[in-house]
Design a binder for this molecule. Structure first.
Ligand SMILES: Nc1ncnc2c1ncn2[C@@H]1O[C@H](COP(=O)(O)OP(=O)(O)OP(=O)(O)O)[C@@H](O)[C@H]1O
Length: 315
């Protein structure tokens, strides 16, 4: 194996052009740090599933290259894939078998799984996704949410270094959604790296440490969530005929991120400063103030600026 890098997933110029001519994924450079919960966020049709299918070697990229756990794909698939659990389009479950027997079948077909521990691992996986009570029910009688849980259980039959999950909470009711999110956080605490795709900003805000934002096939932003939050931190905006003097006052109050915008507007990060004290300070310094506002873009506004579209914030 090559030397261990800080990234669990790395891609350069990953591109998929379908036969129709449509470029679904356009030169995507992913960087998913080990230990991260990486939210792959984007509206429907932005290219998330296509990217994930390329990462896992299910479809061939038109251009670009990528590595999973430092193994180049697809040549290193034999080494990389046993260390990776994935949920994309769900495994093929048999409709007339119950959940338990479906997992037995999958586990028996996995040559890296130890048959002696099979039952124990299956029960643990069913328990983790809250499906133990329904283990003997036929798959065809499962609700969409139960099917999703069984798919997740199949990913958890073995310990994994990396989990790649396409819309893992899709189809789950609010309770199921909460449970799956807490399960993902548990897995990350246990040391796994998780990449999950979602169209829900709330999902990213609740469980992710990093985010990559897709828009019409392009990765338009990629950063630790804390960094994006800082970029979305509240700012103070002062309109004055003497902006240089306004800047001096704001600086005196310890504000950072000071910037002049146009001839009469300055902005700065509000930080811990109290707005009413700032106003008083400006007046005391004899700075003529025409406008004073606190602007607090939230993450949603930030993403809208990036992509020109909103995300579903519910869930
Ligand atoms: N096999 C295919 N042949 C042609 N076009 C495809 C194919 N698969 C996906 N596409 C197109 O590629 C674009 C990206 O689709 P993709 O499924 O990757 O998006 P997504 O972000 O995962 O969206 P969703 O959340 O709806 O799954 C879409 O416009 C889709 O219609």
């Amino acid at each position: 194996m090559s030397t261990t890098t800080p990234e669990a997933i790395r891609s350069e110029g990953l591109t998929k052009r379908f036969r129709s001519g449509q470029v679904a994924v356009n030169a995507v450079d992913l960087s998913v740090p080990r230990g991260a919960v990486y939210g792959f966020l984007g509206p429907n049709g932005s290219g998330k599933t296509t990217t994930i299918r390329m990462l896992l070697g299910l479809i061939r990229p038109t251009a670009g290259k990528h590595e999973l756990l430092d193994w180049p794909m697809p040549s290193g698939a034999g080494q990389a894939l046993p260390r990776i659990g994935s949920l994309v389009e769900g495994p093929a479950f048999h409709p007339y078998l119950n959940g338990l027997d479906n997992l037995r079948r999958l586990d028996a077909g996995d040559r890296t799984a130890d048959p002696r521990t099979s039952r124990k691992r299956i029960d643990e996986a069913l328990e983790r996704v809250g499906l133990l009570a329904a283990a003997k029910k036929r798959y065809r009688a499962y609700s969409l949410g139960m099917r999703q849980r069984l798919a997740l259980a199949s990913v958890l039959l073995q310990p994994r270094e990396l989990l790649i999950l396409d819309e893992p909470t899709n189809g789950l009711d609010p309770q199921g959604t909460r449970e799956v999110r807490s399960l993902i956080s548990d897995l990350a605490r246990g040391g796994a790296t998780v990449m999950l795709s979602t169209h829900l900003l709330a999902e990213v805000e609740q469980i992710c440490t990093h985010v990559g934002v897709m828009h019409v096939g392009k990765l338009v932003a990629q950063a630790p969530l804390a960094e994006l939050r800082a970029a979305a931190a509240p700012r103070v905006r002062v309109e004055s005929d003497r902006p240089d003097e306004a800047l001096v006052t704001l600086r005196r109050f310890g504000l950072t991120g000071l910037e002049r915008i146009g001839p009469s507007v300055v902005i700065a990060l509000l930080g811990e400063a109290q707005p009413e004290k700032l106003v008083r300070g400006l007046v005391e310094d004899d700075v003529p103030v025409r406008g004073f506002a606190i602007e607090a873009p939230d993450l949603e506004e930030l993403f809208v600026q990036l992509t020109g579209e909103g995300f579903d914030v519910s869930g």
